[in-house]
Design a protein. Structure first.
Length: 243
């Protein structure tokens, strides 16, 4: 039985480091089952959706269906991947696991293309094919991060909507208190009993204090919204910088 995803990075020749657009990844051996597969490796944020994004990417971009072989392993077997090799079928492997046990989103991922168990695309033996695999991997990384960052923006937009709902609730409460104060002012003017007049005046003071509290709360919420918008703009910049 194959071992669960155990990501062992073993030196592969000089362990090449590649920069592909916005991303940097290395070429290393990945121990899986009884074999060591030469792989392209990098670390991504939002790795909790890596399985979903890889499946969607391969389906939407290359019309290929990736299957979960075991936890942390997606495979497409015996496929003619013309973007890598025009006439040789092979297996696509996608491995992923948490980079940090305390971080649910930071993952290490790798991609492999193997013509056979002992014939795997690598820099030494298949320099052209490894370049093509690098480009496919880069496209996936862009796809993944667009999805991940897009999800972050959606979550932050929900926060803004909730803040705006709270502001509207506060405004409604302030309007209600203002109307109550108008009524209290009339009662104060008509009051003949000193005790009643004092009570109305105190109620009005209480309403004024509550309106100030609500207005201060709205100011704080607006500052929070500004902060969230800064986060959204920062994420949009990250999306814009993907290449």
């Amino acid at each position: 039985m194959k071992t669960l995803f155990s990501f062992l990075i073993i030196a592969f020749f000089a362990q090449s480091i590649f920069a592909q657009g916005s991303f940097v990844f290395k070429e290393a051996l990945h121990a899986y089952g009884k074999e060591n597969y030469n792989s392209l490796v990098t670390t991504i944020d939002g790795g909790n959706i890596a399985e979903e994004t890889f499946e969607d990417f391969m389906k939407e971009t290359y019309k290929m269906k990736a299957k979960r072989e075991e936890k942390g392993v997606l495979v497409i077997h015996k496929v003619l991947f013309s973007e890598i090799s025009a006439n040789k079928r092979g297996d696509v492997y996608f491995f992923f696991e948490k980079e940090d046990a305390n971080n649910d989103k930071l993952f290490e991922v790798s991609m492999t293309f193997a013509f056979g168990y002992d014939i795997v695309v690598n820099t030494k033996d298949y320099p052209e094919e490894i370049k093509k695999l690098q480009e496919i991997f880069r496209k996936y990384l862009i796809y993944h991060h667009q999805k991940h960052f897009g999800n972050q923006i959606k979550d932050l937009e929900k926060v803004i909507k909730e803040h705006n709902r709270n502001i509207e609730k506060n405004k409604d409460k302030i309007k209600s208190l203002q109307k109550d104060n108008e009524s209290l002012a009339k009662r104060i003017g008509k009051a003949k009993d000193a005790g009643d007049k004092l009570k109305y005046e105190q109620n009005k003071i209480n309403n004024d204090a509550e309106m100030k509290r609500l207005a201060d709360s709205d100011d704080l919420i607006n500052k929070q919204i500004e902060g969230v918008n800064v986060e959204i703009n920062n994420i949009k910049s990250k999306i814009g910088n993907l290449k």
